[in-house]
Write a protein that binds this ligand. Structure first.
Ligand SMILES: [Zn+2]
Length: 153
């Protein structure tokens, strides 16, 4: 029991060090309690939560992949000031994936919060598996941005 307590304290200190900004990174989204920094709607669904972390460590949170994409396309934070981009894995436990390395499925049959039907996966194989189930098209990060850009025109 004592030993376990010590481990928890160590873990807590490490967590605090990370939050204190030793290096910028994603932070957990308080689902149902924070609003999307793009569309201002409450972030509700773990399958789609996304983040942009600035080089100074500020974290912008989004309810959907498309809101992260729109935020980028608006140059709300310049590329030079962007540290990293994160999207949630559509598959449980919905871990954060590095957005540029993730694969995306655009499918009308997956209802994303902002209606473009975008979901993110850890690999092309996983995305393709869901494509077989839901239909649609597997996209790279760049192709996903192009898709969102085209949807605005
Ligand atoms: Zn949004």
């Amino acid at each position: 029991m004592r030993k376990r307590g010590k481990t928890s304290i160590t873990l807590l200190l490490v967590t605090i060090a990370v939050i204190a900004g030793c290096s910028p990174g994603p932070e957990p989204i308080e689902y149902g309690a924070v609003k999307c920094d793009h569309c201002k709607m409450l972030i509700m669904d773990r399958k789609f939560g996304s983040e942009l972390v600035t080089v100074k460590g500020k974290v912008y949170k989004f309810d959907a992949v498309e809101c992260l994409a729109e935020f980028m396309l608006d140059s709300s934070v310049t590329a030079a000031n962007t540290h990293s981009l994160w999207v949630s894995d559509f598959e449980p436990p919905h871990e954060f994936l590095i957005a540029e390395k993730a694969f995306y499925l655009q499918s009308e049959r997956i209802k994303s919060p902002m209606g473009l039907g975008l979901s993110a996966y850890s690999s092309a194989e996983r995305a393709d598996e869901f494509r077989r189930k839901y239909g649609g098209k597997v996209l790279s990060f760049e192709q996903m941005l192009d898709y969102v850009r085209a949807s605005r025109e």
